[in-house]
Design a binder for this molecule. Structure first.
Ligand SMILES: Cc1cc2nc3c(=O)[nH]c(=O)nc-3n(C[C@H](O)[C@H](O)[C@H](O)COP(=O)(O)OP(=O)(O)OC[C@H]3O[C@@H](n4cnc5c(N)ncnc54)[C@H](O)[C@@H]3O)c2cc1C
Length: 407
């Protein structure tokens, strides 16, 4: 106890305040967690601090996902589709999603909603600062250092990732980047079908990587057109522009259009077994840092919401947070296999995805990609695709595991 006191005395602890929970990073995961906790009456005595350097006034992301169930932030939805299009050289098909819908939330609406709601909660504070270090002192206190001082917390949930955080693991695991640039364009004549969201158009040169164009129409004259690549390295800045320009003029046949907004981003896709908790201390990782980006697709929004709900139920029940948060192991294996093929032989993915979409019911496929299927459904899906590339990846992953002595 005295040792802890001595250490605390040495640190510059801002206002000496103690927070039950400190959330590092107020982006999707950090704000979602704070929001879910704030909605739980039995947790209203917890003092919460969110540390985030950005004021979050830009629409920096568009979050899309599909579901057939109610979900948090439904009132922030800015687009909803009941049909999706899949386009490749071998198949061009529009699928009716049945009981599913594909949704879009603009991050700016989410940030505004959550920050306004949290401003009403006396027990939640947000500071505009950058965290530079997180240090556990004993098993019940964590010191979170920022550039101006140090906060003391009982539990820390960390979602802050610095540049290159995943680089050191590139040699041991498969690490791919999902990188993209999207333009929200406006045309003078009706061009888009606002009823159909285009999930994949693989009809562009693949360059032995995974490349497709994603298109989200908001009306007959406005759409977000996004050129997306899954590969180990980013492209040069001008390459994204060139590909978008070519797709819009040649494939969409548009000689004139106005760019209303631009979006770009990089999502890490990896089978690195990301830790959800620092061993033996109350520092937990959430969001992308906690492995919530699905390795084979990069979708994370709904996974983050589910994870936050699990954390909240663990807090309510005073239960171990780690026990409730475990992700199903078999999906990790499927993701690792897919990722391995994407990295080794990306040019085959268009054809594998075509088979998946052609041979399976769209609703089963969507449930599979959202990790909601049972093992028998998964076996049927696997039986529908050519086995050779998967066998090769199984051999590679088994060899890797044997060499490392662990998964
Ligand atoms: C452009 C883009 C589009 C995406 N689209 C989709 C989509 O359509 N559907 C989907 O499901 N997923 C999507 N994703 C993936 C995923 O949902 C998002 O990346 C999501 O924002 C992840 O949440 P997060 O909280 O982990 O990270 P973020 O939302 O990025 O939040 C991390 C926060 O940490 C802060 N931070 C960084 N360093 C520090 C520090 N030192 N101290 C304190 N704070 C710090 C950052 O400012 C940031 O606010 C997209 C990702 C990107 C990049």
């Amino acid at each position: 106890m005295q040792a802890l006191q001595n250490q605390l005395d040495q640190e510059n602890i801002i206002s000496k305040a103690y927070y039950d929970i400190i959330i590092v990073g107020g982006g999707c995961a950090g704000l979602s967690l704070a929001y879910h906790i704030s909605k739980e009456e039995t947790l209203s005595d917890l003092k919460i601090m969110i540390i985030e350097p950005d004021d979050k006034t830009d629409n920096d992301k568009t979050w899309c996902f599909w579901t057939d169930k109610p979900f948090p932030f439904e009132s922030e939805v800015s687009g909803k589709w009941k049909k999706i299009a899949f386009l490749s050289d071998e198949m061009q098909k529009t699928f009716d999603l049945g009981k599913f819908s594909y949704f879009k939330i603009d991050s700016i609406d989410f940030y505004r909603k959550v920050r306004n709601a949290l401003a009403e909660c006396e027990h939640v504070s947000i500071v505009n600062e950058k965290v530079i270090d997180i240090k556990a002192v004993g098993d019940e206190t964590v010191l979170v250092h920022t550039e101006s001082g140090c906060f003391r917390g009982g539990k820390v949930f960390d979602s802050a990732i610095g540049k290159g955080w995943i680089e050191p693991l590139k040699d041991q695991y498969n690490v791919l980047l999902q990188h993209f640039e999207g333009w929200k364009i406006k045309t003078s004549a009706p061009t888009f079908d606002p009823e159909v969201m285009q999930m994949f158009d693989f009809r562009i040169p693949q360059n032995n990587e995974v490349r497709f164009v994603y298109l989200i129409p908001s009306s007959t004259t406005e759409a977000l057109v996004e050129f997306t690549v899954f590969s180990t390295d980013l492209l040069g800045e001008s390459a994204y522009k060139k590909q978008l320009q070519s797709y819009i003029t040649k494939r969409l046949n548009l000689s004139e259009f106005t760019i209303l907004e631009k979006e770009s981003g990089v999502i890490p896709m990896t089978d690195v077994p990301l830790k959800q908790q620092e061993q033996g201390v109350p520092v937990y990782y959430i969001g992308t840092k906690g492995g919530m980006c699905k390795p084979s697709t990069g979708y994370a929004f709904l996974r983050i919401q589910r994870d936050c709900k699990l954390i909240v139920s663990a807090l309510v029940r005073h239960q171990g947070i780690g026990q409730l948060r475990r992700l199903p192991k078999r999906f990790k294996l499927y993701d690792a296999l897919m990722l391995d093929i994407m990295k080794r032989d990306g040019g085959r993915i268009a054809s594998i995805f075509t088979t998946l979409f052609r041979e399976n019911q769209i609703t089963t496929l969507l449930r599979f990609l959202d990790e909601q299927t049972n093992f028998w459904e998964e076996l049927k899906i696997m039986a529908s695709v050519p086995s050779a590339p998967f066998m090769k990846s199984i051999v590679r992953l088994v060899t890797r595991t044997l060499k490392k002595g662990k998964w």
